[in-house]
Design a protein around this ligand. Structure first.
Ligand code: 5RP
Length: 228
């Protein structure tokens, strides 16, 4: 196992120890979240799990975990999920796994959100990882031009790229497309978040601001706990 994988695993296992019997738990998406789901499944607690993607739901089902729908209960007790970047104040970039919309819906419905990651995900400024932006498929090229304008307004002169796989645009679980914007340095993430949300056709973006309550980061020295 690579060092990064060992750190992801340690963070996922530490997060699984936070879960208590009877909780409603949000299950994130990605390789780090998968370690959390496996560790949680092994504890055999009486839980209801709300999944942030079909891939995670499949994993949770294979482990015999009980699944619920978002909205079955007013609030989720705890959500644990990975991130592509962890910046100052636990600002995050997410969506590398194309699950950002369901992730944000689940995070926003949660009393507490814990982000888990390997040490390489910590950055002084967000933006090295291209920012995923989920858009409605209809008219997506026009929406992309308007995203470009929004980025320019924020002094980020980059052209977002349509995410492709096997020669086809990647479809999210909701059937939308993803554009990735290689911003470089996002100095004012809140302004960018607002500008992107104002574009018709943008469903959501991968900036998760003021949502994470805690980070558990795997490092060579052990799991580090970070508060905003
Ligand atoms: C999926 C995500 C993931 O949490 C993010 O991409 C991190 O993935 P990994 O744990 O595999 O590094 O946001 O949409």
């Amino acid at each position: 196992m690579s060092d990064a994988d060992a750190q992801k695993r340690a963070a996922g296992e530490a997060a699984a120890a936070l879960v208590e019997n009877g909780m409603v738990v949000g299950l994130g998406t990605g390789s780090t979240a998968a370690w959390f789901v496996k560790a949680l499944g092994a504890r055999q607690l009486d839980l209801t799990c709300v999944c942030t993607s079909e891939v995670t739901a499949e994993l949770a089902r294979s482990l015999g975990m009980k699944l619920g729908e978002l909205g079955d209960t007013r609030e989720i007790d705890l959500t644990v999920d990975g991130a592509d970047e962890i910046g100052p104040g636990l600002s995050l970039i997410k969506g590398g796994g194309a699950a950002l919309l369901r992730e944000k819906l689940v995070w926003e419905a949660s009393k507490r959100c814990v982000v888990i990651a390997d040490a390489a995900k910590r950055v002084p400024v967000l933006g090295q990882f291209p920012l995923p932006i989920e858009v409605v498929a209809f008219g997506h090229k026009t929406t992309a031009l308007r995203i470009c304008d929004a980025l320019t307004e924020c002094d980020l002169g980059v052209a977002p790229r349509l995410r492709m796989k096997d020669g086809q645009p990647v479809r999210t679980d909701g059937g939308n497309f993803i554009y990735d914007a290689a911003c470089g340095r996002i100095v004012e993430p809140a302004l960018l978040a607002e500008a992107l949300k104002s574009v018709t056709g943008v469903v959501d973006h991968g900036l998760f601001l003021d949502l994470a309550d805690q980070a558990l980061v795997g490092t060579p020295e052990g799991v580090l706990t970070i508060e905003p």
